[in-house]
Design a protein around this ligand. Sequence first.
Ligand code: EPU
Length: 426
Amino acid sequence: MDKFLITGGRPLHGRVVISGAKNAALPALAASLLTDQRVILHNVPRVRDLSTMRSLLEDLGVDSSVTHEPRGNRVEIEARQLLNPVAPYELVKQMRASVLVLGPLVARFGQAKVSLPGGCAIGVRPINLHIKGLEKLGATINFDHGYADVRANGLKGTEYYFDTITVTGTENLMMAATLATGVTVLQNAAREPEVQDLADLLNKMGADIEGAGTPNIRVRGTGKLHGAEHSIIADRIEAGTFLAAGAITGGELTVSQCDPEHLASVLADLEMAGVKVVRGVDDPQTLTVMAGAKLRALDVTTQEYPGFPTDMQAQFMTLMTQAEGSSVITETIFENRFMHALELARMGADITVNGRRAVVRGKTPLSGANIQASDLRASASLVLAGLVAEGETVIDRVYHIDRGYERIEEKLTQVGASIARISESD
Ligand code: EPU
């Protein structure tokens, strides 16, 4: 298992180019199952979760090809036939987003067998709402040996209200509804930019979707979709993570090729915490954190988009360890997403966790230590801690970070960080 060795204390300076959004590319790959024609995707990030999704498509009998482009990967998929409608336990347990094939498979082939995901490092994360929604669209469900076996003889448009806002649940049902007969209205839908990006792709494929990005999505089933070409949006969480890295190290760091609109809540909170962020003067797709910020404690509560993203909570917690005062961080989306707090405490942070709340008392110096990554965003928060800590930090299990950040150590090195990957074989 690879590790990162970080020597802290260097302010970051320069420019980081943001990759395509993992959480937009994953449903886009799944959407290619909705047609027998070629779907071409650009700006697909080179991260492990995308390779896992390609392996899953391969298991289903669908080949994809990848070519490198100056910006991300170009992935080409032609789902002419389906050999095996199963998302197996081995893949679903590695990556819960595997469940995104459920809607497309049932809609196009009338059958899908998807392993139930079970618990994960950040919470229970059931898929009951995906399943209930498909049932409402006319599918029948059987649970057997840890799998949901979902079958349909043609889906029919319906109205469905999500009891809890779910990103992949919204994506699954939106995809399924494109091939249903009649109109489907999804209420209390997720408004994330990744949902909008998926709707843009589906509309290019001939779907008729209105309202993506609002709580009410209306899908007029068109029965058949065709091929399309689409470029994935920028990763707002990667951009936010690098902005936090610039701020915590006291450097002047620019992130480019991002969409500042998708980062509104993160930027607002960074600014309230004393970070000066300059919006692209000559290029609207850039953001720069300025040096010299005096960080102030700020209370933050995670919310669905457009609120503060749970996927930035861990990174913000690390930032708050370097702010003057007490900050209360409330996690409302997942019930167990504070694993990083214990590791940060080992580095000298003063953090008390009580249920879904963490109180961070700053400013405390951090000192380098041997620490362990527990999930993707927790790993990112530990990298930030390593960048500001005195001495050397060794982060174990960085495969978590490779799931969703493209070459993070290379991007950080380019802007002045001292970070090296230590491979098992080294
Ligand atoms: N939920 C249910 N039932 C369901 C579905 C969800 O109770 O059927 C609950 C979950 O347990 C959770 C809440 O609803 O408490 C929201 O979960 P959601 O379904 O929105 O999460 P997700 O779709 O599984 C996506 C991202 C996550 C991100 C969350 C929240 C992808 C592939 N994953 O997950 O990304 O944290 O939305 O924004 O889009 C990450 O990138 O590190 C990551 C975990």
